[in-house]
Design a binder for this molecule. Structure first.
Ligand SMILES: *Cc1c(COP(=O)(O)O)cnc(C)c1O
Length: 241
């Protein structure tokens, strides 16, 4: 069976198995639909299986889809590289921005939120694989970055996000996820204002078991639910987009 509902049942089975193996409560792990390039009817089918989280990588795509899907009651997370000139738009449509990775972006978000007199849930994106992806704060720079973000009282920091290595041995992937968990535990000890870090957003179709084993609370799954995408992921992780 290759329907979306069937694929979701398969992913849920994997989550359940992974939780059983590590002795975690299945309620601790949320499944986020990574919906880049996915059509509205396909997303609707997935949401009707009782999933409440959608993640988009591009502001234009989020802006086009969110108004058509918001009546299904899902939360929308932004998980892509965010340009500062898209801040105003992303704030219109996102419930959480997982990919905050630099000070000028945090500052722009804060300024706009001050103007609109509201707050926004965010996560800090960490580059745990150093060479493989270019986005995310370097682990060694995270503590300083977090302290600077803490000054912006409109930003409510809910946790950390990372993208593991693609196509690497699981031991190296595990290292990325473990790094993120350790960083979160360390940051929590600072008790920074505006930080309530419960979430570890890590793990995708190929490595969700490893991520759950290392403490993921949000796994972001696209391919295993919707099938292969026609665009290479580099299209979605490109500075120019
Ligand atoms: C595309 C994407 C995912 C999902 O990846 P799959 O391998 O298709 O499950 C997760 N996180 C981010 C940031 C993505 O861009």
């Amino acid at each position: 069976m290759n329907s979306i509902a069937g694929n979701i049942a398969g992913v849920r089975e994997r989550i359940k198995m992974a939780c059983t193996c590590t002795g975690r409560d299945i309620a601790e792990v949320k499944l986020l639909l990574a919906t880049k390039t996915v059509s509205i009817p396909d997303i609707q089918e997935a949401l009707s299986c009782g999933i409440g989280l959608v993640g988009e990588n591009k502001v234009q795509e989020l802006a086009a889809k969110q108004p058509l899907l918001k009546q299904e009651g899902a939360s929308f997370h932004f998980i892509g590289h965010l340009q500062t000139n898209k801040v105003k738009d992303v704030l219109k449509y996102a419930d959480c921005i997982q990919s905050v990775d630099r000070l000028d972006l945090a500052k722009k978000l804060h300024e706009r939120l001050c103007f609109e007199n509201r707050t926004m849930d965010i996560m800090l994106q960490v580059n745990t694989s150093a060479e493989a992806t270019k986005f995310g704060v370097h682990p060694g720079a995270l503590a300083d970055f977090a302290k600077q973000v803490a000054v912006f009282d409109t930003l409510k920091v809910k946790g950390l996000m990372t993208i593991g290595l693609f196509d690497a041995e699981q031991a190296r992937v595990r290292n990325c996820f473990r790094t993120l968990r350790v960083l979160k535990e360390r940051l929590q000890q600072y008790n920074l204002p505006g930080f309530d870090m419960q979430e570890l957003s890590m793990g995708m179709s190929n490595d969700l078991e490893t991520a759950i084993d290392e403490g993921a609370t949000i796994i972001r799954v696209g391919t295993a639910i919707f099938g292969k995408r026609i665009y290479p992921d580099s299209y979605y992780w490109n500075e120019q987009q």
